[in-house]
Each structure stands twice: as C-alpha cells, then as structure tokens.
Design a protein around this ligand. Structure first.
Ligand SMILES: [Zn+2]
Length: 227
C-alpha cells in the first residue's frame, strides 16, 4: 500500500502531546474535544486526527488516526473523532488552515451558553483571530448541520463559539490553532470580568482592520517578531 510509505510519526506525536497539554490546562476534559492536522505528502493531503471516545491520558501515538483526502483510514486501528465531518469541511473551505482544535473550555462555553459572541475589545485576540468571535447556531454534535453552522459562522476568522457546546480554534500550524483556543478562552474570561465591572469599550472596525493587516504582514516576514 503506497500510503504506508508515510508513518506520520512526528505529526501523530504532536497530536498526542497537544491533547495532553489541552487536557492539563483544562481546555478539554474526559473524552470530549478533538484535534486534527492537515499534512501534505508529495502533493497529496492527509489528515491526522484524534480517535473517537478515548481518554486523553490513555491515548498513544498508535491510537491517532491518519486518513486520506477521501476520508479513508490509512493508519491506526481506532475510529476517527465523531466530529471528523466538521474538521474536513473547515479544511475544504479554508485552504490556509492546517490544524483545528475543538475545546470545551469554561469561559468560552459560558458565552456560548448565554449566546454572547466575543466582540472586538482586546488587541491580541483581534490580531491573531482576525476580528470578533461569532457563535455557530446549535446543532447536535457530530452532525452535518453542526459542520455547516460552524463553517458559516467562522467566515474568515480563526475561532468560533459553538452554541451550548464549546469553542473551536484553528491556524496554519498546531501551535497557531492552540493560540486561537487560548486567546478565545482568555478573551471570554475578560468579557465576563468586564461585564461585571462596567461598560465595555470596543476597538473600532477601522483600527481592527489596520491591526490585522499589520499582524499578518509582520508574521509573514519576521516569525519571531513580537508586538
Ligand atoms: Zn464538543
């Protein structure tokens, strides 16, 4: 089998390591949440994804599933995550995205339960995510409807909330997807605190656009640049 020329060892290990990191940082619990990466080999896309319904602390490299571009399992004995359809649809729509992380983090989920998106109020979130974080309409987990709702709500952003469910962050790399999740959770926490303190002052759309533009250009030229 031609696919067996590739073992995706490094990518499968990255998924295991990132799953444990998210688990230890309370962004995911139990068997909930899921992660994936798009990996190109000789011009063909493969997808490295977490297995369905496994405890993160028990998941090993061999449990991480590799699928081809048609969704056929080429490596791993487990079933892929039940949210595979949502991941695949996002990869189809967003060619620049190579990693997706779906979390059930507390503050982001609190906003998703109330039905409040995260407005443009802090710079780091706007720069990395590309603007406000919207909410995808509710649909049962694992359904095509949920995948469609998520794709519709996220538009050109790198994060979205899932009504009465959780959050999703993505990026060009797994590290960037992690950053999308952390910034979403942190901004949701700021929103909750700020609402208790008083009036929320937003950053103007004009300033937000300039910021996103600067961040994207700077990122492309100097990877280690900080602002
Ligand atoms: Zn979920």
């Amino acid at each position: 089998m031609e696919e067996m020329n590739y073992l995706f060892t490094a990518e499968r290990q990255q998924i295991v390591d990132m799953s444990l990191k998210l688990y230890r940082e309370d962004l995911i619990v139990g068997t909930w949440g899921n992660l994936s990466m798009r990996v190109n080999r000789s011009g063909t896309d493969y997808f490295v994804v977490t297995p369905s319904g496994m405890e993160y602390e028990d998941t090993t490299l061999e449990d991480v599933v590799v699928l081809d571009k048609d969704g056929r399992v080429v490596l791993g004995n487990r079933r892929p995550t039940s949210e595979l359809g949502m991941h695949m649809k996002l990869y189809e729509e967003r060619k620049e995205i190579n990693a997706i992380i779906h979390t059930h983090s507390t503050c982001a989920t609190a906003c998703a339960v109330v039905g409040i998106g995260i407005p443009m109020m802090v710079e780091d979130m706007i720069q990395h995510i590309g603007g406000n974080v919207r909410i995808a309409k509710y649909a049962l987990p694992g359904t095509r409807e949920l995948a469609e709702n998520v794709c519709h709500a996220i538009e050109d952003r790198k994060a979205v909330l899932l009504k009465n469910h959780g959050a999703l962050g993505m990026g060009e790399t797994l590290k960037a997807a992690y950053k999308s999740c952390i910034l979403t959770e942190k901004s949701a926490q700021i929103l909750i605190y700020a609402k208790n303190l008083g009036h929320i002052n937003l950053i103007s759309t004009e300033d937000a656009e300039l910021m996103v533009d600067y961040y994207r250009n700077q990122y492309g030229q100097q990877k280690d640049a900080k602002r």
